[in-house]
Design a binder for this molecule. Structure first.
Ligand SMILES: Nc1nc2c(ncn2[C@@H]2O[C@H](COP(=O)(O)OP(=O)(O)O)[C@@H](O)[C@H]2O)c(=O)[nH]1
Ligand SMILES: [Mg+2]
Length: 441
């Protein structure tokens, strides 16, 4: 393949070290036109060995290291050279230019990883894991991406595909020798398909937490004016972010604060107190509060335990009843009324806030997200759901129809899973995935 070149480190900022990478048939030859070994009697022969020398461009020189990876034992499966130099923007651009003049072609976005995929070094979903770990916005997302790129998810998909193949093999046998197919074998197919269904259901359940990982979690603080929403936001982020006052209607706009909890990126949203207001600006605030409430992953409905329940609160309760929510009884220090709540806190005194965070984690099932099978991409979710539907349709067909009809559904389930690993993904899909990578990856 033609030799491509790109800067593997960011080209936009100065860094201690910059790395330029070449991949292709002539990578070593081209790089040696620019990199000169310190010891001219020596030659570059040993893979994965660091050679010290000088990069020489038309306009400047820099001290640098040279390391190469011999095909097929490299990231792309081709010969790869990495040159490590002092990571300035001018040095990076100058060395890149010199390597292009020496015969390399500038790589397009994702081209290194695409070559790795085409050469069978990784599956399509593992390649996606690489892009996802680079773009991860939280440690939990990074961990999940690692599980994707390291092949953990591929293994789950493959074991599911094997079960489907097993069913297909039995069905093919039935097609070839229909007179020899017994009821027992038919029952066997059904049993195998049930196994596939269980595995696919387990995989599909991972999609519930996908959004939490990729988009982060939003927690909306909702309630009447003066119940202590802004005080709670300040207590959670341990900082004086929102204005707290005994004057109702202080918070008008929506205030967002980010926090990382157990590796998850969590945004807490403080809102205007929800109530009927004559003030136009406050009304706008209330509308925004309602929108934040609907868009959030979980609602903290805060009530003031020193006050009686109001009909407006009953209305809010009715609105949030089918969304994930926690009723937070605030002002536990001056509580006067026995009101139903999931937890009692004192926002002003930062009391019981840790317990509240634990409760949020529990309600969102964050721990299981860490260990369950979670994928980061919508296309994985789509393929798994299609495979599940085809398997269920095959199971329904088992009772009423012949082997060839059941086969059609089982094959379609198998092909859906193969789209995830890239075995049957179309060229257009593959191109689209790699085009979203950064240049140099
Ligand atoms: N006694 C007591 N007062 C609180 C507590 N939390 C908030 N407050 C007070 O309640 C008033 C309204 O608080 P604020 O956070 O602005 O409420 P918001 O309108 O819901 O945002 C302020 O005077 C706070 O000091 C608490 O736990 N105990
Ligand atoms: Mg407020």
């Amino acid at each position: 393949m033609q030799t491509i070149v790109a800067c593997a480190t960011p080209l936009s900022t100065a860094g201690a070290i910059g790395i330029i990478r070449l991949s292709g048939d002539d990578a070593i030859d081209i790089a040696q036109r620019v990199f000169i070994l310190d010891n001219p009697t020596k030659t570059i022969t040993v893979p994965r060995h660091m050679y010290l020398g000088t990069v020489c461009t038309k306009y400047f020189k820099d001290r640098a290291f040279f390391v190469f990876f011999k095909s097929p034992k490299s990231f792309t499966g081709e010969d790869i050279v990495e040159i490590q130099f002092h990571g300035g923007i001018s040095t990076a651009k100058g060395i890149l230019r010199a390597l292009v003049e020496a015969g390399a072609r500038p790589a397009v976005a994702g081209e290194f990883t695409k070559r790795a995929f085409l050469n069978g070094k990784l599956t399509l979903n593992e390649a996606e894991g690489i892009a996802d770990i680079i773009n991860a916005q939280s440690s939990a997302a990074a961990m999940q991406a690692y599980r994707m790129l390291s092949g953990e998810f591929s293994k789950e998909i493959n074991s599911c595909s094997e079960v489907l193949l097993q069913a297909l093999a039995t069905l093919d046998c039935e097609l070839d020798y229909p007179e020899e197919m017994s009821d027992v074998e038919h029952a066997d197919v059904e049993k195998t398909l049930r196994d596939a269904e269980i595995r696919l259901n387990a995989l599909a359940s991972g999609s519930q937490n996908r959004k939490l990982l990729t988009d982060g979690i939003t927690v909306a603080l909702i309630g009447l004016p003066n119940v202590g929403k802004s005080s709670l936001l300040n207590a959670i982020v341990k900082d004086d972010r929102a204005i707290v006052s005994s004057i109702p209607g202080t918070t008008r706009d929506v205030l967002r604060e980010h926090l990382e909890i157990d590796g998850f990126s969590v945004t807490f949203i403080d809102t205007a107190g929800i109530h009927e207001s004559q003030d136009n600006i406050e009304k706008m605030g209330v509308d925004r509060a309602k929108k934040a409430m609907l868009d959030s992953d979980i609602i903290l409905f805060i009530i003031d335990l020193s006050q009686k329940e109001r009909t407006e609160e009953q209305k809010i309760m009715a609105e949030i009843s089918d969304k994930k929510h926690i009723i937070v009884g605030n002002k536990g220090d001056i509580a006067k009324y026995q009101r139903r709540s999931d937890i009692v806190i004192e926002a002003k005194n930062c009391s019981n806030i840790d317990k509240l965070i634990e409760l949020i984690k529990e309600r969102l099932d964050l721990d299981s997200t860490q260990t369950g099978s979670v994928f980061m991409r919508e296309r994985h979710e789509f393929a798994i759901k299609n495979a599940l539907m085809s398997t269920q349709s095959a199971l329904a067909a088992c009772a009423v129809t012949t082997a060839d009809c059941i086969s059609v559904d089982v094959r379609s389930a198998y092909l859906s899973l193969a789209e995830i690993t890239g075995d049957t993904a179309s060229e257009a899909v593959i191109d689209k995935i790699f085009a979203s990578f950064c240049v140099g990856k």
